[in-house]
Design a protein. Sequence first.
Length: 201
Amino acid sequence: MKHQEWRSHIQRRTDFATRITHLTKSNNGLSAFQNLIKILSEKKLYGSTQKSGFIVGTESAVCFQDVPLLSLAENIEYEKEHCTGKIRYEAYGLRFNKCHLYQKGARPVIYGETEYLKEILPETEYWRIVNHNLADVNHLIDWTHEREWRIKGSLEFEYKDIEIIVYSDDDYQNMVKYFQDNNPSALTEIHGIIPLQSVLN
């Protein structure tokens, strides 16, 4: 299948996307929006490690969701309403072309019971493991709705590689102002700024 055929196929479906999304959250005394600004100023995503509770093995990895914008917005709203423990993400982040990141080493994760997967996978692939276990109906572990991808280590990017995700119209205006004040030319490079609230309303 050629690239244009692949794009055409996906564009006619509501359950797939040509882009994958990395979301950030409040951390280290910064709001999720402030963390996004920091990422944009550095043009780098740092991989999470085993300490985060989400990565298996010694390698770090950057995480993405392979879902359309509506599903992304719904996942965020669910996380906000139902999360009682560690918040995984908020409505701020970056979207990348899937083929571009594949060429940089990004791959879909491997869902399954962690200990079983560690037995059958080489240690070099542990960073792709995501625990999935539906055996105990009182403690289901299921993150498959994220269709997660990961890239080992960290990811450096250029503005031409990204779309920016924010939550509200106010965030959109603040993001535009940030670029106008700090790097006006970037506004002509990025592929867009998307307020997710508008997807749900």
